[in-house]
Design a protein around this ligand. Structure first.
Ligand code: FES
Length: 164
């Protein structure tokens, strides 16, 4: 018995998408997105659940989920920050941005803060090289970063987390 199931909203969305796709295996990526939207990450239980819905194997779902870096396979912080480490960003100072983030958050890339508010990850090109160096903050891209800008962003997020 799986420990995961879509909530009412995602079940409805899944069924709407299903009506538009002639082949059920085309629902793999939308299904994974819906899981991540609901839970913030994709657990093995959730993969098994999706496999059943798509009439495929959990291994098939796992191979797709692990192929794409945008899927979180571990629980992430409320604010999940991905810092691009590819060439354009690197040339424009991403290493300094990463160091600042690590210092401000007190964690290394690949970790989550103890209070679960922030997680930090280094990723390959985010496809927004024209605004390098760039991070993604949950679903939003923020670019043309410098040390001061990233410090301000973290301060605002910390204040918002305190107020919530
Ligand atoms: S190199 Fe960083 S977004 Fe492309």
């Amino acid at each position: 018995m799986s420990g995961f199931s879509f909530d009412e909203i995602r079940e409805k969305k899944f069924n709407e998408i299903k009506r538009r796709y002639p082949k059920i295996d085309s629902l793999m990526l939308p299904g994974l997105w819906l899981i991540q939207e609901q839970e913030g990450w994709i657990s093995l239980d959730a993969m098994k659940y999706l496999a059943k819905k798509l009439e495929t194997t959990p291994a098939q779902v796992y191979s797709v989920a692990t192929f794409y870096t945008m899927f979180n396979l571990q629980p992430k912080g409320k604010y999940h920050i991905c810092i691009c480490k590819t060439l354009s960003c690197k040339l424009n100072g991403s290493e300094k941005i990463k160091e600042t983030l690590q210092k401000e958050l007190g964690i290394k890339a690949g970790e989550t803060t103890k209070d679960g508010v922030f997680s930090l990850e280094e990723v390959e090109c985010l496809g927004a090289c024209d605004m390098s160096p760039v991070i993604s903050l949950n679903d939003e891209y923020i670019g043309n970063l410098n040390e001061e800008k990233i410090k301000n962003i973290i301060k605002e997020l910390k204040d918002a987390a305190k107020d919530s």
